[in-house]
Design a protein around this ligand. Structure first.
Ligand code: AR6
Length: 520
């Protein structure tokens, strides 16, 4: 009856587990072989201050090559080729910008091209020019923010005093740094100071890393660029104002699981986990306190510095600290994800893609944990990109997605399942990446079951999908279907789809198959 329907639909919404309620107290912040902390941990314990940790910069393929490293050189003079310290040139430009009360886009462009002479003719700043020209009076503060960003960027040697490791393929490694250190690194990205990061050559040193310098953001004016620039300049405005400067830590952790440690999906005995489905709301708001899924690109952040503007890019624009992950995160492999704990939300927005609008400042009211990190945990996991829908109905691909999601949902070995927040997700891989929302929902449910976590699923206004998922979940719970059984059902379904000329809907097919079997 209607009542039962209602109960079924509101299933568990009250019982979702969130932080800080289900948070376990952390051990003391400390260094380890796999955890690089860029602030002084002793000062942090004794005085709760976030002082940069001293050490030294190294010019090495395992670390970020910094613009302020003595090894970073710039060619000067065309006839007799001589070299000088890149940071000398960069800091001179930045310092002279920093002295001004306002700087024009022309000033910014000139400075950037001074230390990127190779790109003088290639980089266009038309979007930034148009942006400032067209910005309404009440937003004219932009020209006074440019010098402040330059000042922050020029203080790089004071903020980062030791080498930042690269989070490389096939490793489980984390980096913890302060929000001010992130702001300083991003100020450098804004001013395009990072060396070795601009070459589009597929054999270039950092070809397997996302871009980090902001030059691509400043070119090719569009309405999208306007909204992106509003969001990012608001971020810089906030972090350069002593009254609103953020003061906490953020951790970036790359997690890798070896093939042989992945579940044998066909023999998993777990039954489907608790599920809350909602067509209203979105991951970042209604999913607050849960592990929030970033529908990522294997190059973390995707098109955030270009023209992309879907879930991941929007998330990165609202929480610009996430962008710094592009500096040190190598392209994600199949068995790995990136976890970000403690990033701050600076803005709020409306719309999506072409209708996306920056709607103004956001006051982040999240509480902080013992490491002074905001209680916000995001996991970046990249789904497969299918050019043709049909490609996905193949167990090799399905298993890859199961493993990827498992890597994203699995707790680290120290956390009891009872203390794990549930997962806030939705149509992962089903927009730009062309996946089947029903197949992906099942995949995520199976991985969550194995990781012993509940799921809050946001269908993003899709009422039909909301109802269908609720019904499917109800069916699987009633039949006590296990993950292993579901896996076998998917094996059969893929075989059918490969042979058939018409497309059988996954949920219809499962429903019929289960019904048929129970009649035998
Ligand atoms: N909350 C809940 N659901 C959402 C939200 C949200 N905030 N935003 C979007 N959706 P998409 P993909 C739903 O296309 O297919 C980026 O460029 C909505 O139904 O962002 O995994 C990345 O960098 C949407 O259609 O994810 C990658 O390169 C669906 O989620 C690529 O896109 C999928 O969102 C990833 O593409």
């Amino acid at each position: 009856g209607a009542r039962g329907e209602e109960e079924k639909r509101s299933c568990c919404s009250q019982k979702l587990k969130k932080v800080p309620q289900c948070h376990v107290e952390l051990e003391q912040l400390s260094f380890s072989r796999t955890h690089n902390v860029l602030i002084d941990v002793n000062e942090f314990h004794h005085k709760r201050t976030l002082k940069p940790h001293s050490g030294r910069h190294v010019w090495h393929s395992d670390f970020v090559k910094m613009p302020c490293s003595p090894e970073s050189l710039i060619k000067t003079g065309w006839v007799t080729s001589s070299e000088r310290s890149r940071w000398e040139v960069v800091s001179k430009q930045l310092e002279s910008l920093a002295k001004k009360t306002t700087a024009s886009v022309g000033d910014v462009e000139k400075a950037i091209k001074k230390y990127n002479p190779k790109y003088e003719d290639q980089w266009s700043f038309d979007a930034l020019h148009t942006f400032v020209q067209k910005s309404p009076k009440e937003e004219k503060f932009y020209m006074s923010v440019f010098p402040k960003i330059a000042e922050l960027a020029s203080s790089l040697p004071h903020y980062i005093k030791k080498a930042i490791p690269l989070l490389k393929k096939g490793q489980t490694q984390s980096i913890t740094l302060s929000q001010s250190q992130i702001a300083c690194l991003l100020a450098n990205a804004f001013y395009c100071t990072f060396p070795h990061r601009n070459s589009p050559n597929p054999r270039a040193e950092y070809h397997n890393y996302p871009t980090i310098n902001f030059n691509s953001l400043f070119e090719k004016w569009s309405e999208r660029k306007r909204e992106k620039l509003r969001a990012l300049l608001h971020y810089f405005h906030t972090v350069t104002d002593p009254a609103t400067r953020p003061s906490g830590l953020v951790t970036f952790e790359r997690r890798y699981i070896r093939d042989r440690d992945m579940p044998h999906w066909g023999s998993c005995k777990e039954t489907v986990p608790k599920l809350h489905v909602s067509s209203a709301g979105c991951i970042e708001e209604q999913g607050a306190g849960m592990l929030q899924v970033d529908f990522a690109c294997n190059m973390i952040g995707g098109g955030v510095l270009g023209s992309g503007l879907v879930q991941e890019e929007i998330l990165f624009l609202m929480n610009p600290e996430l962008i710094v992950s592009r500096l040190f995160t190598e392209k994600l492999g199949d068995n790995e994800c990136l976890f970000i704990t403690g990033s701050q939300q600076f803005s709020h927005y409306s719309g999506y893609s072409d209708t996306f609008k920056w709607e103004g400042p956001h006051r982040d009211n999240f509480k902080r944990d013992e490491w002074q990190r905001l209680h916000r945990q995001i996991v970046a996991m990249d789904a497969l990109h299918f050019r043709h829908q049909r490609e996905q109905y193949n167990m090799k691909q399905v298993t890859r997605e199961l493993n990827k999601a498992y890597c994203g949902f699995k707790a680290d070995d120290n956390t009891y399942p009872d203390f794990l927040p549930d997962i806030a997700t939705g149509n992962w891989g089903c927009g730009a990446f062309n996946g089947d929302p029903k197949l992906k929902a099942l995949v995520q449910l199976m991985s969550a079951a194995r990781a012993k976590r509940g799921v809050a699923f946001f269908t993003f206004n899709n009422l039909i999908l909301e109802r269908e998922l609720q019904d499917m979940h109800h069916l699987l719970v009633t039949h006590r279907t296990t993950v292993g059984e579901l896996y076998e059902l998917l094996v059969d379904y893929c075989a059918v789809i490969q042979l058939a000329h018409t497309h059988a809907d996954l949920f219809d097919w499962i429903r019929n198959t289960l019904k048929h079997r129970s009649q035998l």
